[in-house]
Each structure stands twice: as structure tokens, then as C-alpha cells.
Design a protein around this ligand. Structure first.
Ligand code: CO
Length: 180
């Protein structure tokens, strides 16, 4: 169990399409670390590549915000099959600290995923859960909230993005130095 470093905007791992999970046996320690990290950073969702792991896996916990029966979610090899409707919501991202952007997304989704045991599920989701899922699915495809807004809106946060990316590049170099 450990809190891991959250990778920031500008780090190449966040622009990759993540590999599907094939081996479910070794997931529990990784999922454990992801929850520790997400709670430490006060996030409501976290994708595996946000802690530098190239796997199609993300977690969500919106229990503080919405009274759900099932509040803690683990989604593996997720895929949005259908979506409809439209809503606007201000989103933040643990990989882009301090930046908030109004993002338009479908309101309803039909979502296919596997659980920790590899069992497949197809569910209909809406509201905050549907939104959080779409945000994390974007991460696993290398997409940021900054890609979901117009150029004009993106320009308003360009300075912050540049600073975050410079920090991410420095941290990526330091990490490599440790591996050597
Ligand atoms: Co994010």
C-alpha cells in the first residue's frame, strides 16, 4: 500500500492509449495504491496511467458527493457503447492541478466494463458517475479536458498548462535518473 506520484499534463504516458488488462491476478495491490493516491489527492476518479501505469483501468469514488448505494467503483477495460443527451459541468483533473474547465459531454452512457474478477458488465449510467467515467476513459485514450474545449477557452489556461508541463518534464527526467 502506497501513495504514488500523480503524473501531470505534459508527461508522455498521459498521451498514450493504454493497454488492455489481460492478467487480473496481480491487480489488487495496484488498485489499492490507486485508491490511496486518489484519496490523498482528494480526487473522485483516477486512471492507471495517472500514476504511470499503462493499463486500461480506472477507479471512481463519488460517495462524498452523491448518495449512492454503491459508491466505490473499479472499472477495467471499459468501453462506452452508446451515449445520448448533453450536459455542461465544470471539471478539474488531478493531472492538471488548479485548472477548471466547463466541459460538454453526453448525459447518459451505456458502459461495458470488467470487474476485478474479469466478469463483464453492461450498465446504463447518468449524472456525475457518467461524467466521471467519460473523464477517466478519456485519460486512458490520451485525452485531456483541455482537448474538449474550444481553442479560445484553452488559451485562457495556456500559461498554467505550460508551467505544469515544464514541471512534468523535469519530474519525468528525475524518474529516469532513479531507474538508471
Ligand atoms: Co483527470
Amino acid at each position: 500500500m502506497a501513495v504514488r506520484e500523480v503524473v501531470h499534463y505534459g508527461d508522455p504516458i498521459l498521451r498514450k492509449v493504454c493497454k488492455p488488462v489481460k492478467d487480473f491476478k496481480n491487480l489488487p495491490p495496484l488498485i489499492d495504491d490507486m485508491f490511496h493516491t486518489m484519496y490523498e489527492e482528494s480526487g473522485i476518479g483516477l486512471a492507471a496511467n495517472q500514476i504511470g501505469v499503462d493499463l486500461n483501468l480506472f477507479i471512481i469514488d463519488i460517495s462524498d458527493i452523491e448518495d449512492e448505494v454503491e459508491s466505490v467503483h473499479i472499472f477495467i477495460n471499459g468501453e462506452i457503447l452508446n451515449s445520448s443527451g448533453e450536459s455542461w459541468f465544470e471539471e478539474g483533473c488531478l493531472s492538471i492541478p488548479e485548472v477548471r474547465l466547463e466541459v460538454k459531454r453526453p448525459e447518459f452512457i451505456q458502459f461495458k466494463y470488467q470487474d476485478e474478477s474479469g466478469n463483464e458488465h453492461i450498465e446504463e449510467m447518468s449524472g456525475l458517475l457518467a461524467r466521471a467515467i467519460q473523464h477517466e476513459i478519456d485519460h486512458l485514450k490520451g485525452v485531456f479536458i483541455t482537448d474538449r474545449v474550444t481553442k479560445t477557452v484553452k488559451m485562457t489556461v495556456e500559461k498554467d498548462l505550460k508551467m505544469i508541463a515544464e514541471g512534468a518534464a523535469t519530474r519525468a527526467k528525475t524518474r529516469k535518473a532513479f531507474i538508471l
